[in-house]
Design a binder for this molecule. Structure first.
Ligand code: SF4
Length: 306
């Protein structure tokens, strides 16, 4: 059986409407101007702290290397500046592999202890940024979905700090075959290495399974050096047109909510149950849904209305 590999935003979207997640698998992502503006704002924020290198991705190894490289550069920047953006993470929950990109992590000081034993500690905080077309604050349902997403990032980063992510998770998540490839086999494409300006005589050494393994190992070790995570997660909502902050949520990682939510979400991915639709109380969500005309729950309603 092939492993379940998922992204945090997909899982979080199940908390909005799981049927829409299912329909996206079937019909593909529907691009909207709102989503495109959102991606541009995220990219601009990334470019404020790091430089973008355009690479040509040809093989699973290229994809793996580019993500580990971004992870390593992000962790290095965090060590220097106490802040980084668009940090990739990879971790396991039960048997599923989750891969995502954290919008921002920043170093904060958190006061702990009581009375004269109070002391400020350096902590790492997970920050998620959401962009909005409207100046209104998000609805409670949107906040629940986004809080789940923030908690997935939190849990993922904690897994990496606590050494729970292993090198094998990378090979599996990116589909790099360890049986077919020998340690000294090249798993990076020539085009990819050229775009990274790796000199031809160095390519043989740089692009092997063994070399990529050492980069993964080094990056995993770097992740364990991050300051302890703050239990508080932050979500900032920004208006797309004015970039003005419209809302901010600060909340604590909730182990019970997270574990139950993840198990519920993964039941769908492991085929244990059919996707659920929004139900009567939340059917206002359907008015904003890109899959309205193809949704089985809506078709059922139409039939009942006949
Ligand atoms: S139309 Fe409604 S129930 Fe169907 S996918 Fe969209 S939000 Fe979900």
């Amino acid at each position: 059986m092939s492993p379940i590999v998922l992204g945090p935003s997909t899982i979080a979207s199940q908390f909005w409407c799981e049927m829409a997640v299912d329909l996206r698998r079937e019909y593909g992502e529907v691009k909207t101007p709102e989503k495109e503006i959102g991606s541009e704002i995220h990219k601009d924020r990334f470019l404020e702290v790091l430089e973008e290198i355009i690479v040509e991705i040809k093989t699973p190894g290229d994809k793996l290397h580019s993500n580990v490289h971004n992870m390593s550069v992000g962790l290095e920047l965090y060590q220097k500046e106490g802040l980084t953006r668009e940090l990739p993470i990879l971790f396991k929950f039960d048997s599923a592999l989750i891969m995502g990109i954290i919008d921002e992590i920043k170093e904060i000081k958190e006061v702990e202890g009581i009375g004269n034993k109070k002391k400020a500690h350096e902590k790492t905080q997970v920050v998620e940024m959401k962009t909005r077309k409207s100046l209104n604050p998000p609805s409670p349902q949107q906040i629940i979905r986004d809080k789940m997403q923030g908690m997935i990032y939190w849990y993922g980063l904690k897994s990496m700090i606590d050494k729970k992510t292993e090198m094998g998770d990378f090979w599996t998540a990116y589909g790099v075959d360890l049986v077919e490839n020998d340690f000294n086999d090249l798993i990076l494409s020539e085009q990819y290495m050229k775009s990274l300006e790796i000199k031809e005589n160095a390519q043989k050494e740089y692009g092997t399974l063994l070399s990529i393994g050492s980069i993964i190992d080094k990056t995993l070790k770097e992740a364990t050096k991050l300051p302890e995570l703050s239990e508080t997660i932050e979500i900032i909502y920004i208006h797309q047109k004015t970039l003005q902050e419209v809302h901010r949520e600060r909340y604590k990682f909730d182990e019970r909510f997270f574990t139950r939510g993840m198990r519920w979400a993964l039941e769908y991915w492991s085929g244990k149950r059919e996707p659920t639709s929004v139900g009567e109380a939340n059917n206002w969500k359907c008015d904003f849904c890109s899959y309205y005309t193809v949704c089985p729950a809506i078709h059922k309603k139409w039939r009942q209305g006949d």
